[in-house]
Design a protein around this ligand. Structure first.
Ligand code: UD1
Ligand code: CA
Length: 451
């Protein structure tokens, strides 16, 4: 059985924020969310998140995906792990990791478990130019791991060591909870340090191991906003590389921002300065031109999106969108449609082969197939108190500059004359016209000019 303890009770004072540290986002997802995703991908059966500061926000975000243990007050990383004693009777291994290391990948978690198969404890370490504020890995002359000393407790010789504790450990679960009983807080910060378990394990004749990681940036801990920006840029590079290796062209990976959970099909081309966040899925052979923003969007194959914003909406195959289109609030544009310049859709359905090319607002509406919407059409869906739906049936032609005052239904193959304000439904095949009749005054124009 593989279990995990994620330490997320600290305040993160150095973030200077009202938000607790682990809820700060990288690639548009809270740090703690990345860690839970990686643990699940690595097949961890049970995840305990130790919460304290900001516990409510962490619980509201992770919901029932994990088990919680409350740590209050916060007396150090060792004390935090003691709170997860709901795991103490489990067989197998437990991974302990910090909630402020968002870049950790499932492959590395699997490697850590594998490395601990013949040991009682494995810590992932990294070799840096300088150890900074990290805990130092102190080895015996023969290379065997002896102990970890926190920077604040180091003497000059220990401080010079540049192999550091990344904060990720794997333990034999039973040995972990036995060892915790022996932790003391006689150190510079009067805290119970998880790191002291290395020395305790050695004293008990258990086997402690350190595995040096290749990509030390993957294990970085975020303590302030400078670190957060580093993690963001690491993650962006990692995510973009994954998509490129999967067959997606990014014209300028440095200026392409893709959230961790986005899926993109082969042969899709993404221009510079595009943001794609949330639970977005993009099909094959899609072209997304500069300055587009997509969030929680479902995009079919062979779609073109030009400088547009699509939130919480779906666009099906072979449709073109933009420039400057805004689709939001459960809009569904079906196949082979054309949505053009300065068009906004909200909470509407727009069926196959329909067109809406210029300067239009469509809200709370159901449009059928093969409809043409002229320039400047407005569905008047709101009377200041309530919202009403507009229905337009297959094959209708909506002339330019019409207002459709909802609730109203336009029948199949019906025609609305340009410039009409439509307050009553129009039957199948009929024409609705609602405007003052024109009268022309002979020579008035030239007389007026010469006056
Ligand atoms: C810790 C390690 C250090 C390591 C570094 C790697 C200890 C004593 N030190 O130091 O060796 O190099 O991580 O990033 O373990 N937390 C709690 N409860 C507490 C204290 C902390 O849940 O009482 C959580 C924090 O929310 C955070 C994590 O534990 O997610 C690490 O705590 P932090 O204070 O950042 O430890 P470091 O000083 O960075
Ligand atoms: Ca830290």
């Amino acid at each position: 059985m593989r279990s995990a303890i994620v330490l997320a009770a600290g305040k993160g004072t150095r973030m200077k924020s009202s938000l607790c540290k682990v809820m700060h986002e990288c690639a548009h997802k809270p740090m703690i969310g990345h860690i839970v995703t990686a643990l699940k991908k690595a097949g961890v059966d049970k995840i305990v998140v130790v919460v304290g500061h900001g516990a409510d926000s962490v619980k509201e975000y992770l919901k029932d995906d994990v088990t919680y243990a409350l740590q209050s007050p916060q007396l150090g990383t060792g004390h935090a792990v003691m709170q997860a004693d709901c795991l103490k009777d489990f067989d197998g291994d437990t991974i302990v990791l910090n909630g402020d290391g968002p870049c950790i990948q499932s492959e590395t978690i699997e490697k850590a478990f594998a490395a601990n198969e013949s040991h009682d404890l494995t810590v992932l370490s990294a070799v840096l130019e300088q150890g900074g504020s990290y805990g130092r890995i102190i080895r015996e002359a023969d290379g065997k791991v002896k102990k970890i000393v926190e920077a604040k407790d180091c003497d000059a010789q220990e401080l010079a060591v540049n192999e550091i504790n990344t904060g990720l450990f794997v333990f034999k679960t039973k040995a972990l909870f036995e060892g915790l009983k022996e932790l003391k807080n006689d150190n510079a910060q009067s805290e119970y340090y998880l790191t002291d378990l290395v020395e305790i394990f050695n004293q008990k004749g258990l086997s402690a191991n350190a595995l040096i990681v290749e990509d030390r940036d993957e294990l970085m801990g975020v303590n302030d906003r400078v670190d957060l920006a580093k993690a963001e840029s690491w993650m962006k590079a990692h995510i973009n590389r994954k998509h490129m290796l999967n067959g997606v062209t990014l014209l300028d990976p440095m200026n392409t921002y893709i959230g961790a959970d986005v899926e993109i099909g082969e042969d899709t081309i993404i221009y510079p300065n595009v943001v794609i966040f949330g639970n977005t899925k993009i099909g094959k052979n899609v072209r997304i031109l500069s300055n587009s923003f997509l969030q929680d969007a479902q995009i079919g194959d062979d779609v073109i999106i030009d400088s547009s914003k699509i939130v919480d909406s779906q666009v099906d195959a072979h449709t073109t969108v933009g420039p400057m289109t805004h689709l939001r609030g459960h809009t569904h544009i079906h196949e082979n449609c054309r949505i053009g310049n300065f068009v906004e859709f909200k909470n509407s359905d727009f069926n196959d082969n329909s067109k809406c090319a210029h300067l239009t607002y469509i809200g709370d509406s159901d449009f059928g197939k093969g409809i043409n919407v002229g320039c400047g059409v407005v569905t008047v869906n709101y009377d200041g108190k309530n919202k009403y739906r507009t229905t337009v049936k297959d094959g209708a032609f909506i002339g330019s500059n019409c207002n459709l005052i909802a609730p109203v239904t336009i029948g199949e193959n019906a025609l609305l004359a340009a410039g009409s304000t439509i307050t009553d439904s129009v039957d199948d095949g009929d024409m609705g016209i609602a405007r003052a009749r024109q009268s022309n005054k002979k020579d008035f124009g030239i007389k007026y000019k010469n006056k």
